[in-house]
Structure formats: C-alpha cells, structure tokens
Design a protein around this ligand. Structure first.
Ligand SMILES: O=P(O)(O)OC[C@H]1O[C@H](O)[C@H](O)[C@@H](O)[C@@H]1O
Length: 522
C-alpha cells in the first residue's frame, strides 16, 4: 500500500472536536487492530466500570473519578454530583470575588498575583495550563509557582514577586496535605510575607483532602478559603478539579471551556467502536510501538511553544500511571513507557540528530497546531511566514524519521485554546487508562514513590544527629568516617551531609590531600 493510501486508511478525524490523529506511521500490519479487538473491548469494559464507580484502584481501595469532574451527572451518587458542581461554583465565585475586589488583600487593594505552592500532580497541570493559555500582562492575575524545596528556586520566584507580596494570593495545593516540599514552600512563603510586614494567613488558600495536616493548619490559622481534593481524584489527573481550576480561574482563563473540551473528548472516547475512538487507537499504537512492554520511549514533540510543558505533564501522567513493578495479578512485569520531549522545531537543533541516526528506541508523538497566531503573519520570505516554516520543519522531520524507519503518530489540533487543552488532557487520561488495561496493571496508584521519601526521612534524621554530635564535640575536627561511627550513621550519607553543611557555612571543613581525611567541626 502506498503511504498516501495507508495515511487515508488510518487517518482519524473528528470535525466537531477539531481533532485528527494519524497513526499510519506506526508500522502495524493490517490485521493488528483486529488481533487486539478482544483486548481493547476488555479495556472499554474496565473503563465503563471505572466510570460507574468501581474500585478501580484496588490497592488503595478507591474509586477513580476524574471523568466525573467534567460531567458531574455521571458520578455514581447524587451527593458526589452535588459536591463536584458546588465546588466548581465556589471556584468560579471565589475567582469572581477576587477579581472584583469583594475578596481583597488586607491592605484594601485587589489581589494582583497568585503564588501556587505544590509539587507533582499539584503543580504540573497548573503549570502546563498557565503557560499554554496565559497572556502575561493581559491575564487578570499573574501566576507563579513554588514546585520544589530548592531554597534558591524559592528565592528566584520570590524575586519575581518583589513589590507585589502585599497583593499576592498564595494557594497551597496538596492532596495528601503532608508533602514535605509543599510544606516547606508554605513556610518559606509565610516567612517572606512576615518579613514584608504582612499577615500571611490573610493571603493563604488551601486545596487539600479532608482531614489532612494542611487542612488542619488552614482551619487553625483561619486562611481565606479552602477547596476540596477528593480521594477519588489522583494527583496526576487533578487538573480539572480545584487543583488546576482555581489557579486557572484566578488567572482569568476560561475554565468552563476547558471542562467542556474534556467532556466532549470523553463522549467520543467512550465509543466502543475502536476505529472511532482516538484514545483506543492511541493506546493500541503505544502497545504496538513498545511491544506492550515499554520497549520504546515516547518522544513528545509539539510544534507549538505553548505546548512546551505538555511533555512534562505527560511524563507524570504516563510514567507514574504505567511504570509499575507488578501487574494486577501480582506478577513482576516492570511495566512503563518513558516519556520525554520539549518542542519542535527547537529540538531539531538539539537531539533530533540522534532520533534519526542513533539508537532506534523511541516513537515520536508529533502535535501539530493548525492556527499560527491570532492576527496576520509577517512574510519572512515572499509568500512564506514563520508559521509556514514551523509546519515545514514538522513535516520535514516526520519524513526524515520515517525514511529511517522511526515510527511516529501525529495529533492535529485547530489551535491552542482552553477547549483544546481540555481535549488533550481528557484524551491522554483515557489513553493511559486503556493502555493500563491492555497490559493488566493498576494505573491509579504509585507505590514506588514512597521509597525515596522514606529514605529522605532517614537523611534528615541523620543530619540532626550529626548536628548534635558536632556540637557536643565542641569544635574538635573529625573526619566524616569518625562522625559516622560516633552517631551510628552510614558513612557515605554522613560525608554527603557534611559536604552540604560545609558549603552552606554551617560547619567548618578543613580540607586534606585525601578528600576523606578532611575534617569537620562545629
Ligand atoms: O498533592 P500531594 O499530596 O502533595 O502530592 C504531590 C505528588 O507527590 C507524590 O509523591 C505523588 O507521587 C504524586 O502523585 C503527587 O502528585
């Protein structure tokens, strides 16, 4: 079959959504879709049960309800439907009141800036949407983020808020309400407000689960407002609950259009006719391209600056959902698909060299956006605009990769708008769900992230012991090994902690010719 005929055969277009999907450049044989029909029907059935409120996250004994967020009437109980709708209303109402000045900063001025404090699913969606849809200088409020516990990163963001803290609203977002990085950001921001002579509690809003530590603090300190985060919404699928909607609404983005876009793609991706279901087609392409075992990585290449953060957002959505040691039967499978990417054509001048000529361990997801910009474009050459070049580079790179048997899919969108961002989010949420069914894993838990957190706790405890030991040694210089022995700590961790303390002036280091003979004292 010619590539044009194959393109026509496998081109999916939904005119109402404005969404197209080209899977023709994944080299599956013609009988592949039929051979997986039973498996994808099972995925549809699993998804149907999930949407009806089944305990689709068995390890945590939880329902998985992110699809109800944009169609509250589909939630399994009336109470849940009401809670979703009333939360959405209170988000819209709160944003309107902040914009009008009915809720204002303690000094009497309107709030002008938003500082979001969160990490992982409590930051990646809001950051993606902020960058995709924001118009700096035009937005109702400017939104910035603390998404780490890096002191210098915090200072950088505080620097951008300099002179504006008095009119900054801080939203602390944490589903669990116990995430250390977020707690640290909350305390760091509070200290900055205090240093500016401001009462931070009159600037703080919480988005968190019922009964969490964060909620307790917000209640005790009487923060301005609290919004719920439900246990049936996972962090990585929380963009369309208060986590993402509140910052977006404050920014002045059309959150209803985002919800409507997601609701519209949900309707389409509920189809049990595989050829008419773009999420099913994509999940099957992931399966074919990666051999169902993550044998290839997913390179996400949107040819649109606005979608720059989509690959980071997808990284969590895909890798935290699919990267699992065990399948649903408890068998060791070490599943997952690695995701990375940035944007075209920028990446053509960076790593595309390896994609074409190096190790063939990936498939590309191109995202094409038809609309170049609002308004007319300059001709950079007679009859040619910058946008023509952007498309040229996309099509050229796609061909250059195909020539060398590098697989790709392309998603085409009419524009980057609140609606199409909702469509993209909804599309990928469902692809991940379908793919998880195809490979038989729980996409909705993340048992692997706890190990690092636990180990970090051990490091913090060791640091405190070392502080005490250094203090009681009253200035006596000791090697890392000696200090480790005296506190019963791991010598390598002790060495790393002491080097960090020395670099920050908290201990005095006397270097030696052999680095491990260096000594440290209080
Ligand atoms: O919203 P939080 O409870 O603070 O969680 C923030 C993030 O941290 C965890 O480590 C999880 O792996 C993520 O899924 C989550 O999004």
């Amino acid at each position: 079959m010619s590539s044009w005929n194959r393109f026509k055969k496998y081109y999916y277009q939904n005119a109402a959504l404005g969404l197209s999907l080209d899977i023709s450049r994944i080299p599956f044989p013609d009988d592949f879709l039929a051979s997986k029909e039973g498996a994808i029907q099972k995925a549809f059935a699993d998804m149907g049960a999930l949407e009806k409120g089944a305990i689709s996250n068995p390890d945590e004994q939880r329902m998985v309800g992110h699809y109800w967020l944009r169609a509250p009437q589909l939630a399994p109980t009336k109470d849940l439907s009401n809670e979703i709708s009333s939360t959405l209303n209170s988000i819209k109402d709160f944003a309107a009141k902040v914009h009008s000045g009915a809720i204002k900063a303690p000094g009497g001025a309107k709030f002008t800036h938003v500082l979001v404090i969160g990490i992982g699913g409590s930051a990646l969606g809001p950051q993606f949407v902020n960058h995709a849809l924001g118009q700096p200088g035009i937005d109702k409020m400017a939104v910035t983020f603390f998404d780490n516990t890096d002191p210098d990163g915090i200072d950088y963001v505080l620097g951008t808020l300099s002179g504006h803290l008095a009119t900054t609203l801080a939203i602390v977002i944490s589903k669990s309400g116990g995430t250390a990085e977020t707690r640290n950001g909350q305390l760091e921001a509070a200290a900055a407000f205090k240093a500016a002579g401001l009462d931070y509690t009159k600037h703080y809003v919480a988005v968190t689960g019922a009964g969490s530590k964060l909620e307790q603090t917000a209640i005790k300190e009487n923060w301005i407002a609290r919004f719920p985060m439900w246990d049936w919404v996972g962090g990585r699928t929380s963009e369309l609950c208060a986590v993402g909607l509140l910052p977006a609404a404050l920014q002045g983005l059309d959150i209803q259009a985002m919800l409507d876009g997601a609701a519209a793609i949900d309707v389409v991706t509920r189809s049990t006719k595989t050829s008419e279901n773009p999420a099913a087609l994509l999940a099957l392409m992931w399966y074919y391209a990666t051999n169902g075992v993550g044998a290839k990585d997913m390179v996400v290449l949107p040819y649109k600056d606005r979608l720059l953060l989509f690959s980071r957002y997808l990284q969590q959505l895909v890798m935290e959902s699919l990267g699992k040691e065990l399948d649903l039967n408890g068998k060791v499978v070490n599943q997952g698909i690695a995701v990375y990417g940035n944007k075209g054509s920028t990446d053509q001048h960076a790593y595309v060299q390896q994609l074409r000529e190096g190790v063939n361990n990936f498939f590309v997801t191109f995202i094409e956006v038809l609309k170049d910009r609002s308004g007319k474009s300059l001709e950079v050459e007679p009859g040619i605009t910058a946008g023509d070049y952007l498309q040229g580079f996309y099509l050229g790179t796609r061909d250059a990769l195909s020539e060398k048997d590098r697989s790709s899919v392309t998603i085409t969108l009419p524009d980057v708008s609140a609606r199409t961002i909702g469509i993209l989010i909804g599309l990928y949420e469902r692809v991940v769900g379908f793919y998880a069914s195809l490979v038989g894993i729980n996409a909705y838990h993340q048992p692997g992230v706890e190990a690092g957190k636990k180990a970090a706790g051990g490091v913090i405890a060791l640091k405190l012991k070392l502080d005490a030991a250094l203090k009681s040694a009253a200035g006596k210089p000791q090697t890392a090994e000696a200090l480790a022995t005296s506190v019963g700590g791991n010598p390598e961790l002790t060495f790393k902690i002491l080097e960090h303390l020395a670099a920050n002036g908290s201990v005095k280091k006397t270097p030696a010719a052999n680095v491990f003979d260096s000594t440290y004292s209080a």
